[in-house]
Design a protein around this ligand. Structure first.
Ligand SMILES: *Cc1c(COP(=O)(O)O)cnc(C)c1O
Length: 399
């Protein structure tokens, strides 16, 4: 997909609009699968981007699906994933939501002792489960997206192994999988190897173990100088670690990973329009027809998205601060060099496929953007832009 395609899409469908390039998703998926042993399975972390067309496309590539809510499970089934290809990894849900997932026959991952106990008391070994372990590996990245640290609410601390064992013994639980997910944007891929070693040690305590799920944390580059997780090297190192383990143990486990961002981030281009150029004493602002209600990552995680001017790609570079239209601090980028921006120009945010549309809201009674899927050279509208009526859709007027 080229910038010419993007300009045409902006003209045809208007802005703000999220555009996803199918080919990029496919390339990343193939890069992953070709880097690891062929028995390795990849569960796309649906929460990064759940448009039903994206789910179907990723299903057709051959991936499985990781879901964090019962509705993601239902979306996955609707997209055609079979139940054995869905893993439900919720946190802070009640037993009822887990029972609903049992009814849908998907793999279930339990992440606290309380539910583990309730589940065991009620179902014993009649339904195999995964246990989510927090190995307390501090995986770097942003504190807000790191889940492995000691204060994290995710998983059952590795220090509570005895407690897990006690629950297993007293309720006859059947643990078929162990899971860890230490967070996003892991800079040092050796974190995965460290995690794998821990999982192999833990496996001793779980006689029915079939699967080891290493979660995600694959990094994608957001700005120049950023690196992408080197999956080729990681795949080789993992294969060696497995081979070393197999020298000492006859037990075999299938390895799972749960990439979200890695599969869809780069595919996404967020198209917006420059509404006003506002020169103050200190800064030149570009005010765009969007805000953190459409793309919250910069305000929420201080994340960086490359912004380019598609309408004036050869214009002289100037320094801008790009801001949104929300009535709160709403800054997408400070002091950015962008080809001269004029009012009405189309700008693009790169790398906007993951946690972009997915985290959007109607704050300020603004409408959510459209979504377009670029597949085989053609742009398909896959979500219509919201209209005023959508704001009132679920409201009940009592006055
Ligand atoms: C969010 C999440 C992922 C995906 O993380 P990315 O950084 O997008 O790859 C994987 N597994 C679990 C359990 C998650 O919560």
């Amino acid at each position: 997909m080229t910038d010419k395609n993007l300009i045409k899409i902006a003209e045809e469908f208007g802005t703000p609009t999220y555009v996803y390039d199918a080919e990029s998703i496919k390339n990343h998926y193939e890069k992953l699968t070709s880097s690891f042993h062929k028995s390795t399975r990849f569960f796309y972390a649906a929460k990064a981007l759940t448009n039903i067309n994206i789910l179907k496309y990723i299903k057709n590539l051959g991936a499985s699906l990781d879901c964090v809510s019962i509705n993601e499970v239902k979306l996955g089934l609707k997209a055609g994933f079979t139940s054995d290809k869905i893993l439900f990894t919720p946190n802070c849900v009640d037993l009822r939501e887990i029972e609903e997932a049992m009814g849908l026959k998907v793999h279930i991952n339990i992440d606290n002792i309380s539910i583990l106990e309730q589940f065991g008391n009620k179902y014993g070994n009649t339904y195999p489960i995964f246990v989510r372990i927090n190995p307390h590996i501090y995986a770097g990245g942003n504190h807000k997206i790191s889940t492995g640290h000691i204060d994290s609410k995710f998983g059952i601390s590795i220090h509570q192994l005895r407690h897990i064992e006690r629950v297993m013994k007293s309720t006859n639980l059947l643990v078929e999988g162990l899971h860890m997910h230490t967070g996003s944007e892991i800079k040092d891929a050796d974190v995965f190897l460290q995690g794998l070693e821990i999982m192999f040690e833990l496996a001793e305590h779980f006689p029915d173990l079939k699967y080891i799920d290493m979660g995600s944390g694959f990094k994608v580059p957001y700005q120049e100088g950023d690196m992408e997780t080197d999956v080729k090297t990681l795949g080789k190192k993992v294969e060696k670690a497995v081979a070393d383990y197999q020298k000492e143990s006859s037990r075999k486990f299938q390895l799972w990973f749960e990439p979200g961002k890695y599969l869809v981030s780069e595919s996404g281009h967020f198209l917006v329009k420059s509404n006003v150029i506002k020169q103050t004493t200190a800064t030149v602002f570009v005010g765009i027809n969007s805000g953190f209600n459409h793309l919250i990552r910069p305000m929420f995680y201080d994340s960086y998205h490359i912004i380019e001017n598609l309408s004036n790609p050869k214009g002289p570079e100037r320094i801008y601060t790009v801001v949104g239209n929300i009535c709160e601090t709403d800054t997408f980028a400070w002091d950015r060099k962008i080809n001269e921006v004029r009012e009405g120009d189309i700008l693009v945010f790169r790398n906007a496929g993951a946690y972009g549309f997915e985290m959007s809201s109607n704050f300020n009674s603004r409408l959510k953007p459209a979504e377009v899927f670029f597949l085989d050279g053609k742009a398909h509208l896959i979500r219509r832009r919201e209209e005023f009526e959508d704001l009132l859709k679920n409201q009940i007027e009592v006055l």
